[in-house]
Design a protein around this ligand. Structure first.
Ligand code: NAD
Length: 257
């Protein structure tokens, strides 16, 4: 199976799951647009490395997914956008009554509203090309809740609603829209939650990983960025032509509990 000739735009793709998805899509032959809000030599080098390793065309475009106009300009600057993968996301952990308003606004903007803006800008291009894929990275927390993550859980539930609506509005065209719901994947986003959780539960790092994080993941293993990337490649394949408006969990059984 090859995605040769297709261009995948992946938001928030300089680390973690986004970079893993970019590598999997490049491995399947897609041209890649990497994105984050920074503009460093390292950001651009990631694109050069992908291009050298996989023999595809790759570029890095700076755009801040908390800003509606930059979400839309990312898609405009990308040229073709055959496969849109809305992955950018941040986290903040706090009880609702202490949740900082600026954190709430940032999480809703980056984890949810950005996908509305990029999708709105990408759909006309997909319709013109006669083919398209929208893949939204939600979470097990898009299907179930945990305490202290109100903004994240609201955004991740919301993006599943946006996914379903996108699927219905494109159902009669060769365009699909689906959400992937990962359980815990050991990325910088998850690493950043470990110190506070160690303090909160008065536990060592390994205990936090096994007893708190993976306690809800029946496989007791992290999902990997390669598995999320492979799921994106599958959703972009002809086998997935009739899969639209749904969620695929990659969570070691979390949401089966
Ligand atoms: P990460 O922190 O490793 O990567 C996040 C990426 O988003 C980075 O490239 C970062 O630069 C980028 N980003 C952050 N703010 C941005 C902004 N304003 N504009 C553009 N880019 C921005 O995190 P990750 O764990 O790889 O998470 C990626 C996605 O997967 C997120 O949507 C997250 O909610 C979701 N997810 C992660 C897990 C997990 O366990 N790691 C589980 C379920 C879902």
């Amino acid at each position: 199976m090859t995605l040769s000739g297709k261009r995948a735009v992946i938001t928030g793709s300089t680390s973690g799951i986004g970079l893993g998805i970019a590598r999997a899509m490049a491995g399947a032959g897609a041209d890649i647009v990497l994105n984050s809000f920074t503009n460093t030599d390292d950001d651009h080098a990631l694109a050069t490395d992908l291009s050298d390793e996989f023999g595809i065309s790759a570029r890095y475009i700076q755009a801040d997914m908390s800003k509606s106009e930059q979400c839309r300009s990312l898609i405009e600057e990308s040229g073709n956008c055959d496969i849109l993968i809305n992955n950018a996301g941040i986290q903040h952990v706090s009880p609702i009554d202490e949740f900082p308003i600026d954190k709430w606004n940032a999480i809703i903007a980056i984890n949810l509203s950005s996908a509305f803006h990029t999708t709105a800008a990408a759909l006309p291009k997909m319709r013109a090309a006669g083919w398209g894929r929208v893949i939204n990275i939600s979470s097990a927390h898009g299907l179930t809740a945990s305490p202290f993550k109100s903004a994240y859980i609201a955004a991740k539930h919301g993006i599943i609603g946006l996914t379903k609506t996108t699927a219905l509005e494109t159902a009669e065209q060769p365009i699909t829209a689906n959400a992937i719901c990962p359980g815990y994947v050991l990325t910088p986003l998850v690493e950043a939650q470990i110190p506070a959780t160690m303090e909160k539960y008065d536990m060592e790092r390994d205990e936090v990983i096994k007893k708190v994080m993976l306690e809800r993941q029946p496989s007791r293993e992290f999902a990997t960025v390669e598995q999320i990337g492979g799921t994106c490649v599958f959703l972009s394949s002809p086998a997935a032509n009739q899969i639209t408006g749904t969620t695929i969990s990659v969570d070691g059984g979390w949401t089966a509990l």
